[in-house]
Design a protein around this ligand. Structure first.
Ligand SMILES: C[C@@](CO)(OP(=O)(O)O)[C@H](O)COP(=O)(O)OP(=O)(O)OC[C@H]1O[C@@H](n2ccc(N)nc2=O)[C@H](O)[C@@H]1O
Ligand SMILES: Nc1ncnc2c1ncn2[C@@H]1O[C@H](COP(=O)(O)OP(=O)(O)O)[C@@H](O)[C@H]1O
Length: 296
């Protein structure tokens, strides 16, 4: 079994409120990039995880990889032993606002659902996904979604046009809880979105009226975010530049994937950077009613 774990990008992220337990209520349009980690799962008598890839370094010492947590949770829920040889090729920088760990956990749920012959529906896996992390349900879908609640309420995204996408990270890890803690000020309203956009330019124009409410606190904790945003805004053909999630990765939207690939090459080599298009989803794939009902 081979599963892609594509990077998540929050095109906007409004904090709309706060729950009694401290978690923030969000309104976010989430898309997936054509870059990501790769998870392989093969039969084995025990549960093992091998790590490789350019971004694996910070994870080698961590015992509680989200992939292993996902595997144990699924095995427990299915009433079977957690047994599989997992191999994760880590491309996405760790703790960077593009949900690499969440995407890996979601990929593990999908891969093991297949390897163990469970045949669970996406909505059933989504209940487990939400127990692993707020971003894991949307990563399980790996297709454009509007994300609300603390991340567990998913609905179909507006029709997203083909776009070029550049991602850049200054190679500084940012802890999600610290960024949420540093946020202050009023909450934002839920965004009014159209049914779709005819072009990247039209989408960028509407998105420019929205924001990422975590951008200012992230910049305070990690000043290089401002530098990354300035560099992205200076790219030829940049339609919009903004931070994703709790940072520090920022993205730029361009009209074409090829232009984004070229543009990414011009960014500083000391940064993690990538350019291309969105993660390819099956033509016509849409959230079904079952998907929308996945709130645990
Ligand atoms: C901010 C977002 C936006 O997509 O992305 P990332 O920056 O992580 O990529 C997500 O909401 C992150 O989701 P995830 O990284 O799975 O968060 P979790 O592990 O569940 O929570 C980590 C911590 O972040 C805070 N948190 C998370 C989600 C949320 N809706 N409200 C919060 O306040 C809480 O302090 C929580 O203890
Ligand atoms: N497979 C994994 N990939 C990335 N981080 C992981 C993984 N497993 C556990 N983690 C832990 O989860 C934290 C959040 O990681 P990540 O999902 O990359 O952040 P973000 O959602 O901000 O991009 C990391 O600091 C790391 O300690």
């Amino acid at each position: 079994m081979i599963e892609a774990a594509p990077a998540k990008v929050n095109l906007y992220l409004h904090c709309t409120g706060r729950r009694g337990d401290g978690y923030h209520l969000l309104d976010s349009l989430v898309v997936f990039a054509g870059v990501g980690d790769v998870l392989r799962a093969a039969p084995s008598k025990e549960l093992t995880l091998a790590l490789d890839g350019p971004a694996a370094g910070p994870l080698t010492a961590e015992a509680d990889n989200l992939v292993l947590r996902a595997a144990r949770l699924l095995a427990q829920a299915a009433g079977m032993p957690a047994a599989a040889a997992l191999a994760l090729t880590k491309q996405l920088p760790v703790a960077s606002g593009i949900g690499g760990g969440s995407a890996d956990a979601a990929a593990a749920l999908r891969a093991l659902n297949g390897l163990w012959g469970l045949g669970w529906a996406e909505a059933r896996l989504a209940v487990l996904a939400a127990q692993i992390g707020a971003d894991v349900p949307v990563c399980l879908m790996s297709r454009p979604c509007r994300m609300e609640g603390i991340g567990e309420i998913l609905s179909p995204a507006p029709q997203i046009p083909d776009c070029g996408l550049v991602l850049a990270n200054p190679q500084v890890a940012l802890s999600t809880p610290s960024v949420f803690r540093a946020r202050n000020g009023a909450f934002s309203a839920r965004a009014a979105l159209p049914g779709g956009w005819p072009s990247a330019t039209a989408m960028a124009r509407d998105l420019a009226l929205l924001r990422n409410d975590l951008e200012a606190p992230a910049m305070e904790l990690c000043p290089p975010v401002a530098e990354v945003l300035a560099a992205l805004r200076g790219l030829p053909g940049c339609l919009l530049a903004r931070m994703s999630g709790s940072g520090a990765t920022c993205f730029a939207l361009l009209a074409e994937p090829a232009a984004a690939t070229n543009a990414a090459r011009s960014l500083p080599e000391s940064w993690w950077r990538w350019g291309g298009g969105f993660h390819a989803v099956a033509p016509g794939a849409r959230l079904t009613k079952a998907d929308r009902d996945c709130v645990p």
